[in-house]
Design a protein around this ligand. Structure first.
Ligand code: DWN
Length: 445
């Protein structure tokens, strides 16, 4: 059943944790906001302002208290504060979201995720730039503004096709990687104050950004402000229907404030003067991603917008979320039991990848250093650090190859195809993968 708010009362959480660190973390959070999509916090029952009121936002999935997913620890670090992680459903607009917020400066000032860390994403964003350049017939006169531009991977692809570009990226360390690669980047959050200093553009892109945005409506209004009348807003997001269907609860973490379906998104866009006119769907990107095309002028939405919106009526509604909340703890137990059985047989297990998701999967399931020896990851910014909470060391693939495990737990499961192809030799020598979703399973050669 959906959790009740009372089950996450601060007092109880504190007793559970008894940690000074947690008390500090909790004070840093703000909570109990109205819905991020439609702005409603409660409905009058019966329609009169004097009727009793009913909460629009209901808590549905409680993952407990978990550390910040991307806050990898240095070996000597002691800061590892857990924060409550509870998913809410808005009965008014159907947006699935978090209501307890960690200050964004804690999460995005220094960042460890780089878009260029995988071949899959490099190729995906190259095709993205190609497709949009053709669709809009972009020329050197047009400027592309990418919000949350990370290491500049997408903008670099637009530059190769002759466009002028500007990135906006709040993480200083990541913005400087983009600058060093020749992508002009402002180290800022995207807001109206900043947008008023910018020229109007033909194309605004924001990939995997809307889920991270606290003031969603302000953000969309800012996009509308900066777009030319013939402009387009193009964005990618994991589709919440896929998260629910795949049981991928590890996509839920403090950075991800909203889990978008098309219905609440279309409504929020429309209320800020943007119309969702088209979609593309990429089932193998981040476990299922849609690319939205929103225009400042009204057009009849494409067939795919209508088709996916219709599917979502059942696949991302209150009941789908409730069923998901019941499946998650069962899956977590099952996965841990599978790994414990392997340990009993004397097998060596390591993690493959150290994505943000791994922090949630490992901490929620209770998969610690007694089970995983290390996690191998290609990102130099992550190597030599520890996964928060469980404190599993992250090592380079080169180091991992000197001491390969019998089993890899595929933490970067969204790159299954790329990774299985790359690890042919490990598989051919009898190594196996444990893939956690949609149900834990073994994969061998
Ligand atoms: O929204 C977000 C998404 C888009 O990206 C974020 N808030 C942060 C990030 O999430 P993530 O960390 O879960 O992303 P990835 O892309 O699933 O991370 C994969 C990790 O696995 C990277 O650290 C790179 C690593 N990797 C590897 O070690 N070997 C990846 C591949 C393909 C490999 O072969």
């Amino acid at each position: 059943m959906p959790v009740r708010r009372s089950s996450i009362r601060w007092e109880m959480v504190e007793i559970e944790l008894r940690g000074a660190q947690f008390r500090e973390a909790k004070h840093a959070m703000s909570s109990w906001l109205p819905c991020r999509g439609c702005g409603l916090s409660d409905f009058p029952l019966g329609g009169s302002p004097w009727s009793p009121r009913h909460r629009a936002m209901v808590p549905m999935v409680d993952l407990g208290n978990l550390p910040l997913a991307n806050r990898l620890l240095s070996v000597t670090s002691t800061s590892n504060a857990p924060y409550p992680l509870v998913v809410y459903y808005c009965h008014n607009c159907a947006l699935i979201q978090l209501a307890d917020l960690v200050p964004r400066t804690e999460m995005f000032t220094d960042y460890v995720y780089l878009t260029s860390a995988s071949k899959t994403m490099m190729e995906h964003f190259d095709r993205y730039a190609e497709g949009i350049t053709r669709r809009l017939d972009l020329t050197a006169k047009d400027r592309v503004l990418d919000v949350g531009s990370n290491d500049g991977t997408l903008l670099k692809a637009f530059q190769r096709r002759g466009a002028r570009v500007l990135g906006i990226e709040p993480a200083r360390n990541v913005a400087s990687i983009a600058e060093a690669a020749g992508v002009p980047t402002l180290t800022n959050y995207f807001d109206l104050k900043l947008a008023k200093r910018l020229e109007k553009v033909r194309l605004v892109t924001a990939n995997n950004i809307l889920s991270h945005v606290g003031s969603l409506r302000d953000f969309l209004a800012t996009v509308a402000h900066v777009l030319r009348p013939n402009g387009l807003f193009v964005f990618e997001l994991p589709w919440v229907a896929d998260v629910l269907r795949n049981n991928s609860f590890d996509m839920i973490y403090h950075e991800h404030l909203s889990y978008f379906g098309l219905k609440p998104l279309t409504r929020a866009l429309r209320e800020e003067g943007l119309f969702l006119v088209d979609l593309e769907y990429y089932p193998s990107i981040h476990g299922g991603t849609f690319r939205g095309f929103a225009s400042p002028s009204f057009e009849e939405p494409s067939h795919l917008v209508k088709e996916m919106s219709a599917r979502e009526e059942k696949e991302a509604d209150f009941w789908a979320l409730r069923d998901f909340s019941e499946r998650v703890p069962k899956l977590a137990h099952h996965l841990r039991d599978m790994l414990l059985s392997l340990k009993k047989e004397g097998k060596r297990i390591a993690g493959y990848g150290a994505p943000a998701k791994a922090t949630i999967l490992l901490n929620y399931c209770g998969i610690g250093r007694d089970i995983l020896d290390y996690a191998s990851d290609t990102t130099p910014l992550k190597q030599g650090k520890l996964i928060p909470g469980v404190k599993i060391p992250v090592v380079s693939p080169e180091l991992a190859r000197t001491k390969p495990p019998d089993y890899y737990l595929l933490l970067a499961w969204n790159f299954r195809q790329e990774i299985l192809a790359k690890e042919r030799e490990f598989l051919d020598k009898g190594g196996r993968f444990v893939v956690p979703f949609p149900q834990p399973e073994f994969v061998d050669s």
